[in-house]
Design a binder for this molecule. Structure first.
Ligand code: THU
Length: 135
């Protein structure tokens, strides 16, 4: 992936931090997903007083894209940005969702606005349980 596109996705994800609804943790996460058509779908974390019902940024973004009919083969990359001291990585629940909804080698861009790491869901969730296990 081109450096300029990685930066554009990170910048778009950073803008999402303003929309995060985090009255409980105060920890803001933004996400931006690029489709092969060149469209960008975004998401942010939305919390709830019943904490477990909170939705993470990356799930919001990928569900937004899937809701418009996009599927894993249509996705170029997903960027996830948080405003922590170190680069944030997806929680376990999101890794399980991403292993189903992204291709194993789709670049996942992680950034805290200063440092950036490009990885894949195969790297983040090795030996995953997925649809193949049900066959
Ligand atoms: N969070 C995300 O949005 N994505 C992640 O990958 C890690 C955690 C959110 C959930 C919650 O709103 C806050 O960060 C603190 O856990």
């Amino acid at each position: 992936m081109e450096k300029a596109m990685i930066e554009k996705l990170i910048d778009t994800a950073i803008k999402q931090l303003d929309f995060s609804y985090t009255p409980y943790s105060g920890f803001k996460v933004g996400a931006a997903l690029l489709t092969k058509k060149g469209e960008i779908y975004t998401g942010c974390n939305i919390e709830n007083a019943s904490y477990g019902l909170s939705n993470c940024a990356e799930r919001s973004a990928i569900f937004a894209a899937y809701s418009q009919g996009y599927r894993k083969q249509d996705i170029v990359s997903l960027a996830i940005v948080s405003d922590g001291k170190r680069i944030g990585t997806p929680c376990g629940a999101c890794r399980q969702v991403l292993v189903e909804l992204l291709e194993k080698d789709t670049p996942i861009v992680l950034s805290n606005g200063k440092d950036t790491l490009v990885t894949t869901i195969a790297e983040l969730l090795p030996m995953s349980f997925d649809s193949e296990d049900l066959s």
